[in-house]
Design a protein around this ligand. Sequence first.
Ligand SMILES: [Zn+2]
Ligand SMILES: [Zn+2]
Length: 241
Amino acid sequence: MSGPAHSSRTPGKSNIYFDLLEALRQPDCPVCRLIDRDVRQYIDGFFYESLTVVERRAEIRAARGFCSVHGSILAGHSRTLGTAIIHQDVINDVLRGLPGHDDKRSSLRAVLAGVRDAVTRAIKPQRECVLCSHERNQERIVLETLINGIDDNTLRSAFERSQGVCLPHVQIAAGLRGINDVSLRDFLALERKILQTLRSQLEVFIHKYNGSYVHEAMGDEASAPAHATKLVSGRVFGRRA
Ligand SMILES: [Zn+2]
Ligand SMILES: [Zn+2]
C-alpha cells in the first residue's frame, strides 16, 4: 500500500483502491492479503525509526516486545541487528522488574506471593504489540475503501467474484464508524451471498466425500474446506471476544 501513486493516471482513485482490486482477484480475504503484505513492507522503515526515536523504543518496551505472530515474522527478517537492540532493551527492562535473590528471613509463602506479583508486573505488556496497532489502523483504511467504494461498478463486481472477506474482518467492518449505512448494507448482502456459495460447496464436498460418491471427481468444492478455514479464522491478531 506504499507503492507508487496511481492517482496521477486515474484521478479520484487511491492506491489502496487499486491494491484492493488486485487483491480481490487473488484467493482468500483481500484485507488479510493487503495487511500481511503491508506489515512486512512496513517493518524495514519501522525498525529504522524504532532504533532512533526514543518514543518508539518506549512503546516496544511497554508492549514487552511483539505478539507471537509478529515476533515470528521478525525472526525470519534480515534486520537482525535491529532485532537484537530492540530485544536487549525489552529484556533489560524486564530484568529491572524481576525479583532478585529471595529474602531468607521471610517465609517461603510470603516470598513467593511477592515474587508472583513482581513477575507479573515485570512481564505483563502495558500496551498492545505496536505492529498489531499498525495493522489495526491499516485494516480500517482498507475496509473503508472497500465498503465506501462498493457502489463503484468495477470494485463491486470484483468483490462479487472474490472469495469474500474473512469473518473477523467482517466483524471489524460492522463496528467501523464513518461508514456509509447503505454501502455497509450492500457490502454485507454481497458477503452473505459469498458465504452461501461457500456453504453449498462445503455441502457438496461432504456429500461426495461420503461413501458412494468417493469415485466422483471433485469440482470447485475441492478447495472449499481450505477456503472455509481461512474465511472463518482470518489473520486478525491480538483480539479476542
Ligand atoms: Zn481478513
Ligand atoms: Zn502483533
